[in-house]
Design a protein around this ligand. Structure first.
Ligand code: ZN
Length: 391
């Protein structure tokens, strides 16, 4: 077992950990550990909500979750020798649950908390608890399914530079200003409330908390990409923006479907990640990197049979035609899959939760055939304990 450089005590909130992590992005958040290129090491992570969700049957904790706390991240990790313009090569050597904490949760967020992809259809909170049994999982809240996980960090990335951070803040503020009264807002702007900034000195807290970016969206550094295929054995190439790279991670998922549609939509868990890091000097310019690139690992569940649901860019409310809108088309594909699963005894909420966290494949299948985008959602049929094809 590699040396654990960042440990978490699950009985304590992130700000009380021996080495506190952080829940905002800012270049001035000090690194808590340092490694050399070539090192192999273990990082432990809390679940993304910092332990707010309980292993019980009551979804009130999902409804009442305090979102200014998220995502709690482990790090930053200083990589000796890393300079802006380098590529940080990160191998995810292993990912797993922490001993004694082998469970996870999937939630539908209430509209007041940002909602999910189908918030207009499912505006109230719901929760499913998943028991992790080695590589498999099942839920007492969604009977009749069992599947192998594809564990991955939902969130991993390097710190932004001051310049990049102010670019983020400017463009996101401009977006929010286009609909200032909207619930939920169009983006999550900096918010000092419940900010955790690692070991930053108190004298700098106010300034940094007011500037630091929220962790909600994916951005140029990676961040909250929620890509299920960043699983065991993946190699990720991150652009480095600050000296030491300052790598952080968290939001570990045991499994997730493409799109993570219910927003708290993976099987969220605490866990560990074993990593190996290296550097490609000057790699950003050499390879033209704008966002991270990655090579998926060789260890993924092997499902070979799928039932695929199509969706087109015509909305479900008024039948309005949209022009090549993949957002509308994927929503229609998801809704079509949910309606189908209802015929097999699932509630809409159960089907929504399942599509969000099971290993479903989402595709932009056609994006040029005016006026309809065509998106597809492929549901592995082998996860069900009975046949689900039309006969
Ligand atoms: Zn997550």
């Amino acid at each position: 077992m590699p040396k654990t450089l960042f440990k978490v005590d699950l009985t304590k909130p992130m700000y009380e950990q021996e080495l506190p992590g952080h829940n905002r992005w800012h270049p001035d958040i000090p690194a808590v550990v340092s490694v050399n290129p070539g090192d192999v090491f273990r990082i432990e992570c809390k679940d993304w909500t910092d332990g707010q969700i309980k292993n019980d049957d009551n979804p009130d904790d999902i409804r009442d979750v305090e979102l200014t706390v998220v995502h709690v991240l482990s790090g930053p990790i200083y990589v000796n020798g890393a300079q802006p313009g380098d590529i940080l090569v990160v191998d995810l050597l292993d990912i797993g649950a922490l001993p004694g904490d082998e469970w996870g949760f999937t939630g539908i967020f209430a509209r007041e908390n940002g909602g999910g992809f189908l918030v207009d259809h499912y505006p109230t909170a719901a929760k499913a608890i998943w028991d992790l049994e080695g590589i498999y999982t099942k839920s007492r809240h969604i009977p009749g399914v069992r599947f192998a996980g594809i564990p991955h960090p939902g969130l991993i990335g390097c710190a932004p530079s001051h310049e990049l951070l102010s670019k983020w803040n400017q463009r996101e503020a401009e977006l929010v200003a286009t609909a200032p009264d909207r619930v939920p807002p169009l983006a999550a702007l900096p918010n000092p409330q419940n900010a955790i900034l690692g070991t930053l000195p108190q004298s700098e807290f106010e300034r940094v908390a007011a500037e630091a970016a929220r962790t909600v969206p994916p951005r140029e550094h990676g961040g909250n990409c929620d890509i299920k295929n960043l699983s065991k054995g993946s190699r990720i190439y991150f652009p480095v923006y600050v000296e030491g790279a300052k790598l952080s991670m968290g939001d570990i998922h045991f499994s997730q479907g493409d799109g993570e549609i219910s927003f708290c939509g993976a099987i969220e868990m605490s866990g560990y990640i074993d990593l190996h890091v290296d550097l490609i000097k000057g790699g950003v310019e050499k390879y033209g990197l704008v966002n991270p690139i990655f090579k998926p690992g060789p260890v993924e569940p092997r499902y070979s049979e799928y039932l695929v649901f199509e969706g087109i860019s015509v909305d479900e409310f008024s039948g309005k035609q949209y022009y090549l809108d993949a957002h509308v088309a994927y929503r229609r594909a998801c809704l079509n899959a949910i309606e189908y699963l209802k015929k097999f005894g699932y509630t809409g909420e159960q089907a929504y939760l399942l599509l969000s966290c099971a290993p479903v494949e989402g595709r932009v299948s056609g994006i040029v055939d005016i006026p309809n985008a065509c998106c597809t959602l492929a549901l592995p049929t082998e996860i069900f304990d009975r046949p689900i094809l039309p006969v």
